[in-house]
Design a binder for this molecule. Structure first.
Ligand code: ADP
Ligand code: MG
Length: 508
């Protein structure tokens, strides 16, 4: 593990009438594979296309149509597995999971129950600044990742009497990422999903757009007494844990947290009342902030899973996996550690800058050849703040990384003060101009010539004898002289030099 310095976050504890309870959470995340075509057909995966325009005969379940595996989807699953430090299974196989949905015309979903393409892995989940436990992190174990088809969409709200179906999503490739029940609270669950999304966005294997449903999570929640989870960890014996419920299809970080919290409290109330939790599948209703039973938990045999006779077992070669591994980009944990080591950034700044791979690349371009820490301040405080004000993305920033780098360089070499730099930034940002040119044209270069500064200090002291007397009694009033000198020099005097000279001349 890269970072052994993190402390483990504390589990969420809920105080009940009969004592404390802890939460145990395992997630099944469905991530849409970033790919142009579906898992078993050549139909497009383009989002927002005209309904039923991206449908091949095999997606529509036409008799006699045969699925053909999309190699690109397999490569993306392997890449994701490698990004989660997981074992890659050179042999995997597809199974049919039978059920009837109007938006699943085949009458079954092709999935991988018995032989998933990716086995055990792990992911480091760091707690954010708002978690109450910043700077802590937990390693969450991944049980498996399998490839499967998505279903289409039934539409019930277009007509009072009729339902419609859109098969554009039918057959789109999903990676189901199954975690071990290692997650111990609502914030951790959200941080886990965020970390998976971050890693997949770095890898380019899933765009992670939760609003479009590209990333959805089934959330399994149970409660136990303090100490029980540790017994489970020692033995891997699930009987130490409580009975879980699964909350289906969550696609918002906020709702994931609210649903977990609510579900845990519901289970605690049942248990404290002497009842027992039924293992079932539930739905979260954000309007009422409650979960409702959807169906009792089904078993694998209910689906009559069997190996899909239309598809051969999937055999991949180690050499192909090695090629994919060799081409992996630098991943978030490594990038963050490098930013801390190479640029002297704080853990927090490094997290902010590596949250998104585009931001990280932009920052590196700013920091190239100049002071990394100062560059980080400028990107996080000035640029991100300014972009946010304009509701813009870094990819269409009106000021380039090279130009922010120039500004940082100008500050670093004492050519302009930090204050003037903010004006230069604003001009460069709004007028698409070069910072060095702005400083020249507008005559903004900092006065570091102590002779010139000294002259201004002497002049102001001579003109304000009453203020001088006051400042001698109360040295804090020296600030007033500093302000006057800055004003007289149009803000261009080097502040450090002004402070020093004012103190000297006042005899402080
Ligand atoms: P199934 O085969 O019934 O779907 P799995 O063993 O695959 O069950 O587990 C599904 C998910 O439920 C996994 O993410 C796992 O971590 C989680 N899980 C299992 N047991 C518990 C539990 N007691 N509490 C919370 N989550 C659990
Ligand atoms: Mg399962």
């Amino acid at each position: 593990m890269l970072d052994l310095t993190y402390e483990t976050p504390k589990p969420k504890v809920i105080a009940g009438a009969t004592g404390d309870w802890e939460l145990v959470i395992g997630l099944e995340v469905h991530a849409q594979v970033a790919t142009a075509a579906k898992l078993f057909s050549g139909a497009s995966t383009q989002f927002g296309a005209e309904p039923n325009s991206n449908v091949a005969f095999v997606d529509a379940g036409m008799p006699g149509m045969l699925p053909v595996i999309n190699e690109g989807c397999v490569a993306q699953a392997v890449k994701t597995g490698l990004g989660l430090k997981a074992e890659i299974n050179l042999t995997s196989a597809f199974d049919r999971k039978n059920y009837f949905y109007p938006d699943l015309p085949q009458g079954y979903q092709i999935s991988q129950l018995y032989h998933p393409i990716v086995g055990e892995g792990e992911v480091l989940v760091e707690m954010g600044p708002d978690s109450g436990q910043p700077g802590t992190a937990r390693v969450v174990r991944i049980e498996r990742i399998h490839l499967e088809q998505d279903a289409g969409k039934s539409i019930h709200d277009m007509d009072p009497a009729m339902s419609f179906v859109d098969l554009n999503r039918t057959g789109v490739a999903l990676m189901e990422i199954v975690s071990r029940p290692d997650i111990r609270g609502p914030e951790e669950a959200a941080a886990y999903v965020a970390k998976l999304r971050q890693i997949m966005r770095y890898l380019g294997t899933c765009d992670g757009n939760m609003q479009n449903g590209n990333l959805r999570a089934d959330v399994n929640v149970s409660v136990c007494r303090p100490g029980d989870y540790e017994k489970y960890q020692e033995t891997q014996d699930f009987s130490h844990l409580g009975t879980r419920c699964e909350i289906k299809n969550m696609n918002s970080m906020r709702f994931i947290q609210a649903a977990i919290e609510h579900e845990a409290r519901r289970q605690i109330a049942i248990l404290e009342d002497g009842g027992s939790v039924d293992q079932e599948t539930r739905l979260y209703d954000p309007d009422k902030n409650e979960t409702r039973s959807m169906r009792s938990k089904e078993e694998a045999h209910d689906y009559r899973y069997f190996p899909d006779p239309d598809l051969l077992p999937l055999e991949i070669e180690q050499a192909w996996v090695d090629d994919i591994a060799a081409a992996l980009p630098e991943l978030p944990d490594a990038k963050k550690a490098r930013f801390i080591a190479d640029f002297g950034l704080t853990d927090y700044d490094a997290s902010v800058l590596t949250a998104d791979v585009t931001n990280a690349a932009f920052f590196e371009a700013v920091a190239d050849g100049t002071d990394g820490k100062l560059a980080a301040n400028w990107v996080i405080n000035e640029l991100f703040g300014r972009l946010k004000k304009d509701d813009r993305d870094i990819s269409d920033s009106p000021i380039s990384a090279a130009r922010i780098g120039q500004i940082v360089g100008l500050i670093k070499s004492d050519k302009i003060s930090g204050k003037i730099a903010k004006n230069v930034f604003e001009i460069a940002y709004t007028q698409d101009r070069d910072p060095e040119e702005i400083v020249k044209t507008e005559g903004l270069e900092q006065v570091t010539d102590t002779g010139a500064i000294e002259a201004a200090v002497v002049e102001i002291i001579a003109a304000n004898p009453a203020q001088v007397e006051k400042a001698k009694v109360n040295p804090k009033l020296a600030g007033w002289f500093v302000g006057q000198v800055m004003k007289a020099t149009g803000g261009k005097a080097n502040p450090a030099a002004v402070n020093k000279l004012v103190a000297e001349k006042l005899g402080l």
